[in-house]
Ligand binder design. Structure first.
Ligand code: C5P
Length: 407
Protein backbone atom coordinates (compact mmCIF):
# COMPACT_ATOMS: atom_id res chain seq x y z
CA UNK A 1 0.00 0.00 0.00
CA UNK A 2 1.18 3.57 -0.67
CA UNK A 3 0.81 5.63 2.47
CA UNK A 4 1.10 9.38 2.65
CA UNK A 5 2.02 10.18 6.23
CA UNK A 6 1.31 13.71 7.38
CA UNK A 7 3.15 14.86 10.49
CA UNK A 8 1.99 18.04 12.22
CA UNK A 9 3.43 20.08 15.05
CA UNK A 10 3.32 18.38 18.43
CA UNK A 11 5.52 16.56 20.88
CA UNK A 12 4.07 13.26 19.61
CA UNK A 13 5.73 13.91 16.22
CA UNK A 14 8.67 11.73 17.27
CA UNK A 15 6.30 8.74 17.50
CA UNK A 16 5.60 9.12 13.77
CA UNK A 17 9.15 7.83 13.18
CA UNK A 18 8.21 4.50 14.73
CA UNK A 19 4.98 4.47 12.71
CA UNK A 20 7.00 5.01 9.49
CA UNK A 21 9.28 2.12 10.46
CA UNK A 22 6.28 -0.19 11.06
CA UNK A 23 4.77 0.61 7.65
CA UNK A 24 8.11 0.09 5.85
CA UNK A 25 8.81 -3.14 7.73
CA UNK A 26 5.41 -4.50 6.62
CA UNK A 27 6.35 -3.79 2.99
CA UNK A 28 4.38 -0.58 2.41
CA UNK A 29 5.66 2.57 0.70
CA UNK A 30 5.66 5.77 2.72
CA UNK A 31 6.07 9.40 1.74
CA UNK A 32 6.16 11.90 4.56
CA UNK A 33 4.74 15.41 4.47
CA UNK A 34 5.62 17.68 7.40
CA UNK A 35 4.06 20.96 8.42
CA UNK A 36 6.23 23.89 9.50
CA UNK A 37 5.23 23.16 13.10
CA UNK A 38 6.32 19.53 12.86
CA UNK A 39 9.82 20.58 11.83
CA UNK A 40 10.17 22.43 15.14
CA UNK A 41 9.97 19.06 16.88
CA UNK A 42 11.81 16.68 14.59
CA UNK A 43 14.30 16.65 11.71
CA UNK A 44 12.96 15.85 8.23
CA UNK A 45 16.16 13.87 7.61
CA UNK A 46 15.08 11.18 10.12
CA UNK A 47 11.91 10.51 8.10
CA UNK A 48 13.86 10.58 4.86
CA UNK A 49 16.26 7.94 6.16
CA UNK A 50 13.41 5.66 7.28
CA UNK A 51 11.08 6.11 4.30
CA UNK A 52 13.71 6.30 1.59
CA UNK A 53 12.00 9.37 0.12
CA UNK A 54 12.79 13.05 0.59
CA UNK A 55 10.34 14.68 2.96
CA UNK A 56 7.90 17.14 1.41
CA UNK A 57 7.11 20.26 3.37
CA UNK A 58 6.34 23.06 0.95
CA UNK A 59 3.70 23.87 -1.57
CA UNK A 60 5.84 26.48 -3.30
CA UNK A 61 9.27 24.85 -3.53
CA UNK A 62 10.08 24.50 -7.23
CA UNK A 63 12.64 21.74 -6.61
CA UNK A 64 10.21 19.62 -4.58
CA UNK A 65 7.43 20.18 -7.08
CA UNK A 66 9.76 19.19 -9.92
CA UNK A 67 10.22 15.75 -8.26
CA UNK A 68 6.48 15.09 -7.93
CA UNK A 69 3.81 17.79 -8.14
CA UNK A 70 1.41 18.05 -5.22
CA UNK A 71 -1.57 16.79 -7.21
CA UNK A 72 0.49 13.81 -8.37
CA UNK A 73 1.45 13.17 -4.75
CA UNK A 74 -2.23 13.21 -3.72
CA UNK A 75 -2.97 10.71 -6.51
CA UNK A 76 0.00 8.53 -5.60
CA UNK A 77 -1.39 7.68 -2.14
CA UNK A 78 -3.79 4.81 -1.41
CA UNK A 79 -4.29 6.14 2.09
CA UNK A 80 -3.51 9.37 3.92
CA UNK A 81 -2.64 9.15 7.61
CA UNK A 82 -2.03 12.23 9.74
CA UNK A 83 -0.26 11.37 12.98
CA UNK A 84 -0.09 13.37 15.09
CA UNK A 85 -2.94 15.62 13.93
CA UNK A 86 -2.80 18.94 15.78
CA UNK A 87 -5.85 20.98 16.83
CA UNK A 88 -4.82 23.52 14.17
CA UNK A 89 -4.78 20.88 11.42
CA UNK A 90 -8.20 19.56 12.47
CA UNK A 91 -9.56 23.11 12.28
CA UNK A 92 -8.00 23.72 8.88
CA UNK A 93 -9.32 20.45 7.48
CA UNK A 94 -12.78 21.25 8.75
CA UNK A 95 -12.64 24.63 7.01
CA UNK A 96 -11.32 23.11 3.79
CA UNK A 97 -8.29 25.39 3.83
CA UNK A 98 -5.31 24.82 1.59
CA UNK A 99 -2.58 27.10 2.87
CA UNK A 100 0.09 24.43 3.25
CA UNK A 101 1.06 21.25 1.43
CA UNK A 102 -0.65 18.79 3.81
CA UNK A 103 -4.08 20.47 3.86
CA UNK A 104 -3.87 21.00 0.09
CA UNK A 105 -3.23 17.28 -0.41
CA UNK A 106 -6.21 16.42 1.81
CA UNK A 107 -8.44 18.63 -0.34
CA UNK A 108 -7.07 17.24 -3.58
CA UNK A 109 -7.71 13.58 -2.79
CA UNK A 110 -10.59 11.13 -2.85
CA UNK A 111 -8.57 8.55 -0.91
CA UNK A 112 -9.37 7.61 2.69
CA UNK A 113 -7.95 9.92 5.34
CA UNK A 114 -7.23 8.77 8.88
CA UNK A 115 -6.35 11.16 11.69
CA UNK A 116 -4.65 10.48 15.01
CA UNK A 117 -5.22 13.70 16.99
CA UNK A 118 -2.78 14.55 19.77
CA UNK A 119 -2.93 17.60 21.98
CA UNK A 120 -3.32 18.92 25.50
CA UNK A 121 -6.41 17.49 27.21
CA UNK A 122 -8.20 20.85 27.42
CA UNK A 123 -7.52 21.59 23.77
CA UNK A 124 -8.98 18.17 22.92
CA UNK A 125 -12.02 18.71 25.13
CA UNK A 126 -12.65 22.19 23.81
CA UNK A 127 -16.03 22.48 22.09
CA UNK A 128 -14.36 23.92 18.99
CA UNK A 129 -12.10 20.88 18.58
CA UNK A 130 -14.93 18.45 19.31
CA UNK A 131 -17.14 20.16 16.76
CA UNK A 132 -14.35 19.99 14.17
CA UNK A 133 -13.92 16.28 14.89
CA UNK A 134 -17.67 15.64 14.53
CA UNK A 135 -17.84 17.43 11.19
CA UNK A 136 -14.78 15.59 9.86
CA UNK A 137 -16.27 12.25 10.96
CA UNK A 138 -19.52 13.06 9.19
CA UNK A 139 -17.51 13.74 6.05
CA UNK A 140 -16.13 10.21 6.28
CA UNK A 141 -12.66 10.84 7.71
CA UNK A 142 -11.65 8.22 10.25
CA UNK A 143 -10.56 9.66 13.58
CA UNK A 144 -8.67 7.50 16.06
CA UNK A 145 -9.66 8.59 19.56
CA UNK A 146 -6.66 9.84 21.52
CA UNK A 147 -5.49 7.80 24.48
CA UNK A 148 -5.62 8.87 28.11
CA UNK A 149 -2.61 9.29 30.34
CA UNK A 150 0.18 11.59 31.36
CA UNK A 151 0.80 14.38 28.90
CA UNK A 152 4.01 16.10 27.88
CA UNK A 153 2.73 19.28 29.52
CA UNK A 154 2.55 17.47 32.88
CA UNK A 155 -1.24 17.20 32.93
CA UNK A 156 -3.11 13.93 32.98
CA UNK A 157 -6.07 13.30 30.67
CA UNK A 158 -7.28 12.45 27.20
CA UNK A 159 -5.21 13.74 24.30
CA UNK A 160 -2.19 11.47 23.90
CA UNK A 161 -1.53 10.11 20.45
CA UNK A 162 -2.31 6.36 20.30
CA UNK A 163 0.81 4.19 20.18
CA UNK A 164 2.30 3.69 16.67
CA UNK A 165 1.42 -0.03 16.77
CA UNK A 166 -2.26 0.83 17.41
CA UNK A 167 -2.30 3.33 14.51
CA UNK A 168 -0.57 0.81 12.24
CA UNK A 169 -3.19 -1.83 13.10
CA UNK A 170 -6.06 0.64 12.55
CA UNK A 171 -4.73 1.45 9.06
CA UNK A 172 -4.42 -2.25 8.20
CA UNK A 173 -7.93 -2.95 9.52
CA UNK A 174 -9.44 -0.10 7.50
CA UNK A 175 -7.71 -1.37 4.33
CA UNK A 176 -9.02 -4.91 4.91
CA UNK A 177 -12.57 -3.63 5.46
CA UNK A 178 -12.40 -1.56 2.29
CA UNK A 179 -11.33 -4.58 0.27
CA UNK A 180 -14.12 -6.71 1.74
CA UNK A 181 -16.76 -4.05 1.01
CA UNK A 182 -15.42 -3.69 -2.51
CA UNK A 183 -15.61 -7.45 -3.12
CA UNK A 184 -19.13 -7.69 -1.66
CA UNK A 185 -20.17 -4.70 -3.79
CA UNK A 186 -18.95 -6.24 -7.01
CA UNK A 187 -20.58 -9.61 -6.22
CA UNK A 188 -23.85 -7.76 -5.60
CA UNK A 189 -23.56 -5.81 -8.84
CA UNK A 190 -22.72 -8.94 -10.81
CA UNK A 191 -26.05 -10.45 -9.76
CA UNK A 192 -28.41 -7.46 -9.60
CA UNK A 193 -27.25 -5.61 -12.70
CA UNK A 194 -30.24 -5.37 -15.09
CA UNK A 195 -32.49 -7.48 -12.84
CA UNK A 196 -36.03 -6.15 -12.42
CA UNK A 197 -37.05 -5.76 -8.78
CA UNK A 198 -40.63 -5.03 -7.74
CA UNK A 199 -40.96 -4.02 -4.10
CA UNK A 200 -43.77 -2.83 -1.85
CA UNK A 201 -43.08 -0.67 1.20
CA UNK A 202 -44.81 1.23 3.97
CA UNK A 203 -48.22 0.78 5.55
CA UNK A 204 -51.62 0.74 3.89
CA UNK A 205 -54.43 3.00 5.03
CA UNK A 206 -57.91 1.52 5.04
CA UNK A 207 -60.43 4.35 5.07
CA UNK A 208 -63.28 4.43 7.56
CA UNK A 209 -64.66 7.70 6.26
CA UNK A 210 -63.12 10.70 4.44
CA UNK A 211 -61.10 11.76 7.52
CA UNK A 212 -60.35 8.53 9.41
CA UNK A 213 -58.50 5.39 8.53
CA UNK A 214 -57.04 2.19 9.95
CA UNK A 215 -53.24 2.22 9.55
CA UNK A 216 -50.15 0.77 11.14
CA UNK A 217 -46.73 1.90 12.32
CA UNK A 218 -44.67 0.80 9.32
CA UNK A 219 -42.39 3.70 8.29
CA UNK A 220 -41.45 2.29 4.88
CA UNK A 221 -37.75 2.87 5.67
CA UNK A 222 -36.73 -0.79 5.26
CA UNK A 223 -38.37 -1.13 1.84
CA UNK A 224 -37.02 2.23 0.65
CA UNK A 225 -33.51 1.22 1.77
CA UNK A 226 -33.77 -2.03 -0.22
CA UNK A 227 -34.98 -0.12 -3.27
CA UNK A 228 -32.09 2.35 -2.96
CA UNK A 229 -29.38 -0.28 -2.53
CA UNK A 230 -30.76 -2.45 -5.35
CA UNK A 231 -30.88 0.53 -7.71
CA UNK A 232 -27.28 1.37 -6.82
CA UNK A 233 -26.33 -2.21 -7.62
CA UNK A 234 -27.76 -1.72 -11.11
CA UNK A 235 -31.23 -3.27 -10.75
CA UNK A 236 -34.23 -1.65 -12.38
CA UNK A 237 -36.46 -1.02 -9.39
CA UNK A 238 -40.20 -0.33 -9.17
CA UNK A 239 -41.28 0.70 -5.71
CA UNK A 240 -44.96 0.57 -4.79
CA UNK A 241 -45.23 2.79 -1.73
CA UNK A 242 -48.02 3.06 0.79
CA UNK A 243 -48.62 6.48 2.39
CA UNK A 244 -45.17 7.55 3.65
CA UNK A 245 -43.32 10.85 3.46
CA UNK A 246 -39.97 9.49 2.28
CA UNK A 247 -37.96 10.81 -0.68
CA UNK A 248 -37.79 8.54 -3.73
CA UNK A 249 -34.35 6.91 -3.96
CA UNK A 250 -32.36 7.87 -7.04
CA UNK A 251 -33.11 5.87 -10.15
CA UNK A 252 -36.19 4.20 -8.65
CA UNK A 253 -39.62 4.21 -10.33
CA UNK A 254 -42.21 4.93 -7.63
CA UNK A 255 -45.93 4.24 -7.64
CA UNK A 256 -47.85 5.72 -4.70
CA UNK A 257 -50.88 3.90 -3.33
CA UNK A 258 -53.03 4.22 -0.22
CA UNK A 259 -55.01 1.05 0.43
CA UNK A 260 -54.26 -2.67 0.20
CA UNK A 261 -56.57 -2.98 -2.79
CA UNK A 262 -54.72 -0.21 -4.63
CA UNK A 263 -51.41 -1.87 -3.75
CA UNK A 264 -52.73 -5.19 -5.07
CA UNK A 265 -53.84 -3.57 -8.34
CA UNK A 266 -50.42 -1.95 -8.81
CA UNK A 267 -48.62 -5.25 -8.08
CA UNK A 268 -50.85 -7.11 -10.56
CA UNK A 269 -50.00 -4.55 -13.19
CA UNK A 270 -46.24 -4.62 -12.60
CA UNK A 271 -45.41 -8.17 -11.59
CA UNK A 272 -45.06 -9.75 -15.02
CA UNK A 273 -41.86 -7.80 -15.67
CA UNK A 274 -40.26 -8.65 -12.31
CA UNK A 275 -37.42 -11.10 -11.68
CA UNK A 276 -37.84 -10.63 -7.95
CA UNK A 277 -40.75 -9.44 -5.79
CA UNK A 278 -40.07 -8.22 -2.26
CA UNK A 279 -43.12 -7.60 -0.12
CA UNK A 280 -41.81 -5.27 2.59
CA UNK A 281 -45.11 -3.43 3.02
CA UNK A 282 -47.18 -3.91 6.14
CA UNK A 283 -50.41 -4.59 4.30
CA UNK A 284 -53.61 -4.37 6.34
CA UNK A 285 -55.21 -7.80 6.60
CA UNK A 286 -58.71 -6.27 6.74
CA UNK A 287 -60.47 -3.25 5.31
CA UNK A 288 -63.67 -1.51 6.23
CA UNK A 289 -66.46 -3.17 4.29
CA UNK A 290 -68.22 0.06 3.47
CA UNK A 291 -66.28 3.25 4.07
CA UNK A 292 -68.68 6.14 4.72
CA UNK A 293 -68.76 8.78 2.03
CA UNK A 294 -69.24 11.52 4.62
CA UNK A 295 -67.61 12.00 7.99
CA UNK A 296 -69.27 9.77 10.59
CA UNK A 297 -70.95 11.82 13.31
CA UNK A 298 -70.73 11.16 17.03
CA UNK A 299 -74.18 10.38 18.30
CA UNK A 300 -75.03 11.22 21.92
CA UNK A 301 -77.04 8.06 22.46
CA UNK A 302 -74.29 5.70 21.17
CA UNK A 303 -71.85 4.10 23.63
CA UNK A 304 -70.42 1.70 21.06
CA UNK A 305 -69.93 1.57 17.36
CA UNK A 306 -69.26 -1.41 15.15
CA UNK A 307 -67.19 -1.44 11.99
CA UNK A 308 -67.53 -4.42 9.73
CA UNK A 309 -64.16 -5.47 8.31
CA UNK A 310 -63.60 -7.76 5.36
CA UNK A 311 -60.46 -9.57 4.37
CA UNK A 312 -57.96 -7.94 2.02
CA UNK A 313 -56.29 -9.93 -0.74
CA UNK A 314 -53.00 -11.48 0.39
CA UNK A 315 -50.75 -9.84 -2.19
CA UNK A 316 -47.58 -11.80 -1.63
CA UNK A 317 -49.43 -15.15 -1.54
CA UNK A 318 -51.13 -14.21 -4.80
CA UNK A 319 -47.78 -13.45 -6.47
CA UNK A 320 -46.30 -16.71 -5.15
CA UNK A 321 -49.21 -18.66 -6.64
CA UNK A 322 -48.67 -17.37 -10.19
CA UNK A 323 -47.19 -19.49 -12.96
CA UNK A 324 -43.92 -17.96 -14.02
CA UNK A 325 -43.63 -16.23 -10.68
CA UNK A 326 -40.59 -14.14 -9.78
CA UNK A 327 -38.38 -14.98 -6.79
CA UNK A 328 -40.75 -14.05 -3.95
CA UNK A 329 -39.59 -12.54 -0.65
CA UNK A 330 -41.95 -11.81 2.23
CA UNK A 331 -41.53 -10.07 5.56
CA UNK A 332 -42.80 -11.27 8.91
CA UNK A 333 -43.03 -8.50 11.48
CA UNK A 334 -43.97 -10.02 14.81
CA UNK A 335 -43.75 -9.08 18.45
CA UNK A 336 -43.25 -12.68 19.66
CA UNK A 337 -42.11 -16.11 18.40
CA UNK A 338 -40.89 -14.34 15.26
CA UNK A 339 -38.86 -17.17 13.73
CA UNK A 340 -41.60 -19.80 14.15
CA UNK A 341 -44.25 -17.53 12.66
CA UNK A 342 -41.91 -16.59 9.83
CA UNK A 343 -41.16 -20.22 8.94
CA UNK A 344 -44.86 -20.98 9.00
CA UNK A 345 -45.55 -18.04 6.66
CA UNK A 346 -42.77 -19.13 4.31
CA UNK A 347 -44.45 -22.52 3.87
CA UNK A 348 -48.06 -21.38 3.94
CA UNK A 349 -47.62 -18.56 1.42
CA UNK A 350 -45.18 -20.64 -0.68
CA UNK A 351 -42.49 -17.95 -0.59
CA UNK A 352 -38.89 -18.44 -1.67
CA UNK A 353 -37.62 -16.48 1.27
CA UNK A 354 -38.83 -14.55 4.31
CA UNK A 355 -37.27 -11.85 6.48
CA UNK A 356 -38.23 -12.23 10.12
CA UNK A 357 -38.44 -8.87 11.81
CA UNK A 358 -38.83 -8.47 15.56
CA UNK A 359 -41.02 -5.43 16.18
CA UNK A 360 -42.25 -3.63 19.27
CA UNK A 361 -40.28 -2.60 22.38
CA UNK A 362 -38.20 -0.06 20.47
CA UNK A 363 -37.38 -2.41 17.61
CA UNK A 364 -38.19 -2.63 13.93
CA UNK A 365 -40.85 -0.04 13.07
CA UNK A 366 -40.19 3.70 12.81
CA UNK A 367 -36.45 3.24 13.33
CA UNK A 368 -33.30 3.61 11.27
CA UNK A 369 -31.79 0.31 12.35
CA UNK A 370 -32.99 -3.27 12.28
CA UNK A 371 -31.91 -6.88 12.88
CA UNK A 372 -33.51 -9.22 10.35
CA UNK A 373 -33.31 -13.00 10.24
CA UNK A 374 -33.21 -14.20 6.64
CA UNK A 375 -34.87 -17.57 6.08
CA UNK A 376 -35.10 -19.73 2.96
CA UNK A 377 -36.09 -23.39 2.66
CA UNK A 378 -32.49 -24.43 3.23
CA UNK A 379 -30.82 -21.62 5.14
CA UNK A 380 -31.29 -19.30 8.09
CA UNK A 381 -29.08 -16.27 8.71
CA UNK A 382 -29.45 -13.88 11.63
CA UNK A 383 -28.08 -10.39 10.95
CA UNK A 384 -26.56 -8.22 13.66
CA UNK A 385 -28.34 -4.93 14.46
CA UNK A 386 -27.27 -2.31 11.91
CA UNK A 387 -28.64 0.47 9.72
CA UNK A 388 -31.46 -0.41 7.33
CA UNK A 389 -29.13 0.16 4.34
CA UNK A 390 -26.65 -2.41 5.70
CA UNK A 391 -29.55 -4.83 6.31
CA UNK A 392 -30.70 -4.20 2.74
CA UNK A 393 -27.22 -5.02 1.41
CA UNK A 394 -27.13 -8.33 3.29
CA UNK A 395 -30.65 -9.17 2.19
CA UNK A 396 -29.88 -8.53 -1.48
CA UNK A 397 -26.66 -10.56 -1.18
CA UNK A 398 -28.64 -13.42 0.40
CA UNK A 399 -31.14 -13.39 -2.49
CA UNK A 400 -28.24 -13.41 -4.96
CA UNK A 401 -26.77 -16.44 -3.19
CA UNK A 402 -30.08 -18.31 -3.07
CA UNK A 403 -30.71 -17.74 -6.75
CA UNK A 404 -27.18 -18.47 -7.85
CA UNK A 405 -27.32 -21.85 -6.10
CA UNK A 406 -30.59 -22.60 -7.97
CA UNK A 407 -29.32 -21.53 -11.42
O1 C5P B 1 -49.66 -12.72 6.96
P1 C5P B 1 -48.80 -11.57 7.28
O2 C5P B 1 -49.44 -10.26 7.02
O3 C5P B 1 -48.20 -11.62 8.63
O4 C5P B 1 -47.57 -11.73 6.24
C1 C5P B 1 -46.63 -10.75 6.05
C2 C5P B 1 -46.16 -10.76 4.64
O5 C5P B 1 -47.25 -10.85 3.75
C3 C5P B 1 -45.48 -9.48 4.28
O6 C5P B 1 -44.48 -9.74 3.31
C4 C5P B 1 -46.60 -8.63 3.72
O7 C5P B 1 -46.10 -7.65 2.84
C5 C5P B 1 -47.42 -9.68 3.00
N1 C5P B 1 -48.86 -9.39 2.96
C6 C5P B 1 -49.46 -9.20 1.73
N2 C5P B 1 -50.81 -8.95 1.65
C7 C5P B 1 -51.56 -8.93 2.76
C8 C5P B 1 -50.96 -9.13 4.01
C9 C5P B 1 -49.60 -9.34 4.07
O8 C5P B 1 -48.79 -9.21 0.71
N3 C5P B 1 -52.84 -8.69 2.65
Amino acid sequence: MKILLGVTGGIAAYKALELTRLFIKAGHQVQVVMTTGAKEFIQPLSFQALSGHPVRDSLFDANQEAGMGHIELARWADQIVIAPASAETLAKLRMGRADDLLTTLCLATDRPVMLAPAMNRLMWRNAATQENVDVLKQRGLEILPPASGEQACGEVGEGRMPEPQAIFEAVMRAEKMRLQTQQAGSALKAFWHNKALLITAGPTYEDIDPVRFIGNRSSGKMGFAIAEVAAKAGASVTLIAGPVALPTPQGVKRIDVRSAQQMFAAVQQQVAAADCFISAAAVADFRVEQPASQKLKKRQDEEEMTLTLVKNPDIVAWVAAQDNKPFVVGFAAETNDVIDYAKDKLRRKKLDMICANQVGEGQGFERDDNALTLISATEQRGLALSGKREQALELLAFIAQQQSSVD
